[in-house]
Design a protein around this ligand. Structure first.
Ligand code: HXC
Length: 261
């Protein structure tokens, strides 16, 4: 895959607020937005992840504000949004990538374990959208929610994440309808299995890796770059009439069944 398939600086002058932007898939999305010219604020619970990610962006000539923020805490989210506006004067793009995950059978999962993931993924996404609304209304900006395909069929040991991401997809659709009139586009990306991510390390038992790759129609796992490119497209003017869509980026994997169980 070509390293840079977009025109240079397609997001020049934009400001992006990216939760979970320190690591993994959303860390890649944050770097890609910065490389396309956007100024960044990235949030996560861990300052060490944020500082490392911010250094890569600034070493590469970008601007990045690291803000520690637990998306479950609405007051902290409001402060992070305010800090971003104070530094850059506005917010054009919000990426909701903060997520929790672990494998657990439904009958062994505590209600707090279920609730914790729903709180991070679903309520956290709502919190950030809600807190950013006034800024997005001013900028006629947009939201990109990172989802999953787990809930399209059924994925054992993932009841909590499946429920949480189904909620995220509902938020994408509802806000696209309610906020479209303000010029705010709301879309999502549902990545399939992506190599070299914390999620894959945690979720995919090594003995299932070969079995899974055989069930991916394009014959390979996804790469973070695949999600970066899709995010750049959705955040660019090329997607200015796309609203309320969750783009599946999985090589066709879910159509053959997400479950190996
Ligand atoms: C069972 C678990 C558990 C586990 C936590 N819990 N880990 N239950 N198995 N492995 C339960 C705890 O026992 C507790 O319930 C409750 O969850 C809260 O746990 P805490 O540790 O107190 O919560 P907290 O520190 O706030 O967050 C925990 C966490 C988080 C959600 C597990 O640390 C986390 O997810 N980190 C991973 C981040 C990550 O990898 N993100 C990328 C996600 S990938 P009790 O009842 O004991 O109090 C992704 C992609 C999906 O989302 C698609 C994949 C294909």
């Amino acid at each position: 895959m070509s390293e840079n398939i977009f025109k240079d600086n397609i997001l020049q002058g934009k400001v992006a607020f990216v939760t979970g932007g320190g690591t993994g898939i959303t860390g890649g999305v944050a770097r890609a937005l910065a490389e396309a010219g956007a100024k960044l604020a990235i949030t996560s619970r861990k300052i060490e992840n944020l500082e490392a990610a911010a250094k890569i962006i600034t070493d590469n000539g970008g601007e990045c504000l690291p803000v520690v923020c637990d998306v479950r805490d609405y007051e902290a989210v409001e402060k992070a949004i305010a800090a971003t506006v104070e530094k850059y004067g506005k917010i054009d793009i919000v990426v909701n990538g903060a997520a929790g995950n672990f494998l657990c059978k439904a009958n062994e999962l505590s209600t707090n374990g279920f609730g914790t993931v729903v709180d991070i993924d679903t309520k956290g996404t709502f919190n950030v959208c809600r807190a950013a609304f006034e800024e997005l209304k001013k900028s006629r900006g947009q939201i990109l929610n990172i989802s999953a395909t787990l809930h399209y069929l059924a994925t054992p040991m993932q009841i909590h994440v499946s429920a949480a991401k189904a909620g995220v997809d509902a938020i994408t659709r509802n806000l696209s309808v309610e906020w479209g009139r303000y010029g705010i586009r709301v879309n999502g990306i549902a990545p399939g299995p992506i190599e070299d991510t914390e999620g894959m390390k945690r979720l995919l038992l090594p003995e299932l890796k070969d079995k899974l790759v055989k069930r991916i129609p394009v014959g390979r796992f996804g790469r973070i770059k695949d999600i970066e490119n899709s995010a750049l497209f959705l955040c660019s003017d090329a997607a200015s009439y796309i609203n309320g869509v969750t783009l599946v980026v999985d090589g066709g994997q879910w159509l053959l069944g997400t479950s190996l169980g």
